[in-house]
Every structure is written in structure tokens, then in C-alpha cells.
Write a protein that binds this ligand. Sequence first.
Ligand code: XUL
Ligand code: CO
Length: 437
Amino acid sequence: MPAAFPKIKAIRYEGADSKNPLAFKHYNPDEIVEGKSMKDQLRFSAVYWHTMRGMGSDMFGVGTMQRPWEDGTNSVKMALKRVPVMFEFCQKLGVPYYAFHDRDVAPEGRNLGESNKNLDVVAKELKKFQKDTGIKLLWGTACLFVNPRFMHGAATSPNADVFAYAAAQVKKALEVTHDLKGEGYTFWGGREGYSTLLNTNMKRELDHLAAFLHMAVEHKKKIGFTGQFYIEPKPKEPTKHQYDSDAAACLNFLREYKLTDHLQLNLETNHATLAGHSMQHEMEVAAAAGALGSIDANTGDLLLGWDTDQFPTDIYLTTQCMLVLLKAGGFKTGGTNFDAKVRRESFDPVDLFHAHIGGMDAFARGLKIAAAIRKDGRLDAFVKQRYSSYDSGIGQQIEKRKVGFKELSDYALKMGEVKTNQSGRQEFLENLINDFI
Ligand code: XUL
Ligand code: CO
């Protein structure tokens, strides 16, 4: 098969002074940052759904993308033709991972049995290309939101037959992910939420979702899949309210239903924005619970209220992400997965490269800046010092739970007024961060 991107050579690191738009200025895969190569710290991944299947349609217009390899069908034949294109793209870009939904890689058949067969045929080809290129699967997932059968949700549908169908689909997607040695599996509750509470039994729907995830955990064990499960928070779109609305809501759900040992979080920047949080906040919440698994690296538009899934280019954003990630000890099974799409107006195949190169360079810069801030040590030292009243004396006794209200009241009565508050120095710290950017 002829190359899909014949004019594009492998993207190389050329350094910050390069004027070549098809080169990395900052992402230098073998450069060591905090004891690991940038490649291993960042674990970049490209997604099948946007990169291969995103055609640029929106609610006002049809697709605009020029993709010469597409024949206009959603056939198995076309699905097979897309596989080398995706791997050529990943290989030229130098991303070590990719991610997919079952229905991105293979078309849905006339019935579930046929859909499963289609997936097997394409998975065989994916496996071959993984072997030939060394590119690995970061995570797999199932599309439980496109087909009209999922109009009321999948695991939270009021229709038990839909629950059963979704379970069958996830079973198959899990098995395929396992066969492809996927390092994880993501649950994004595409339509697990509601449009109106008037027709919704929320408690029952949440119980069903938990039952579904427990069944997935059982099946994972049964087939010997050792990859990490993730749940991906998102507050709204397509539903008015999604149950997995943000990191805190997901953690609460996982705790309530005794699932914390089995699922970590896959956090997405645009979803954080929709939830009214920063990505840094979401990552801190997850890290505090030991559940920071993976990130869907993109960005939203603060002036719009929907999921624009743009490529991340903001150095402050990537610096914040990397500060939290490094503090949490880095990725284990997760990675920096570009759940992002080129704009409808950026229709040339080469735009896929510009987009990913920009995102990779932005994260590489964020990584280097975060490492420099940590090496400098002033930010960490400031935060440590800010809590130093808990390192000894009454603070230490509070943390060790050696005292209760009675002892604290005796202490406060003797102490009189609090005299020792220190400045929070927000502006000083903001300036300090800027010194590194
Ligand atoms: C949707 C979204 C999904 C998940 C995988 O907003 O982020 O693509 O990442 O289902
Ligand atoms: Co995502």
C-alpha cells in the first residue's frame, strides 16, 4: 500500500532554534528529565477516533477533511485500509502509543455477532502492525453512545436489554484490548446521565453502573487482563448531567461502591473546564486519592461552553499538569493521550502533524519547566514551610490525633489570640513560576 503521508518524513528533534514546522523544538525523546527519558515520562498517545475517524462535521455542516485514503464507506475493507495509515502516522510522529474505541477501528455489523467478527478481523491487523512498528495500545474502550440503542444510556439505561448489550460489547472490547496487550481500559460514560430528573431513578441508575463496573472487574480477572481500568470524568455533553461529572464525583462513586481498588481516573482538560475546574485541580484531587492514572491531553475554549477538544498549546497548562504529575511520581500505566481534533478548517493531512507536534512540544516544555521548578526547590520549600506549624507542637499532635476538642480548647484558652499567620505570597509565587516560563 502506498504511503498515506508520502511527503512527510519522520519528525525529529531539531532544538528551539529550528524553523522547521515539521520538527520538534522541545520534545527530545531520549533526553533525561527527572531520571527518565522524555519518552517514558510523557508516554504520548494518539487517538483513533479523532485522528482517523474525525471528518470535521459539526451540527451545522458536513465533514471537511481531505483524507485521500478514505473511500467513503464504513466497511471492513476500509477499516483495514486505515490501519497502516494510523501506524504510519504514529511512527512518523514518534508516539509510542495509541488508543481506540471498538467502533472506531471496525464498523458495527448487522448484529452483535457480526460486529464482534468485524472487530476480530481488524484487531488481527492492528496486532500485526503493533508487532511490526513497536507501537503499543495505551488503552482500549467501547463506544456505548453512538448507536440509537444507547439513547437513554448504556449501564444506566432504564432498559435492561440495553444493559446486557453494553455488557456484551465491553466484554468483547476488553478481550480485544487484552489480546492487543493494552496497558489499560477506559470507561467513559458517554450517555450515563440524564436529560431530566422527571423520568429518572437516579439511585437505581447508579446502582446499575456500579454493578456493570463490578462485572467488568470480574471479567478482567477471569480473562487474566492485568491492564489498569480508568474512569473518565465529564460533567455534561451529551447529557445535561453525566454521573461521572468530575474527579471528586467519580471518587465518591468509586468509594461508595467499593471500586477504588479497581479503577483510577483518566482526566481530560476540556472536561475539567466544563466542570468549572482547572486541570491542575482535577489532577490534584485524583493524586490526593492515589488515583491519578492517565490524562486525555487537550484543551477547551473558555469562551465556549462545549467540548472543543483542541490540541493543547498553553505552556502554563502543561507546566501545571507536569508539576502535579511529577509530584505524584509520574505515569505508571497511563500516558499523555491526545484526545484532540484538528479544527474543521484545518483539513489537510499535514495539519494532523502540526497539531500533534504542537501538543507534544507544549508538554515537553511543561515537563522541562516543571522539573526546573522542582529542582530550584523554592516552590516546594514555600509550601512545606507554610504547613510547618503541623510539624511539631500542637500541630503535630493534631495530625497524629493525639488531641481532641477538649485539649485544643485548653490550648487555645492559654494561647490567647493567634499571632503567627504568614502571607500566602500568591503574587510572589506566580512571579516565580513565570521566571521559569
Ligand atoms: C468524550 C471523550 C471520549 C473518551 C473515550 O468527551 O473524551 O472520547 O476519552 O471514550
Ligand atoms: Co477523553
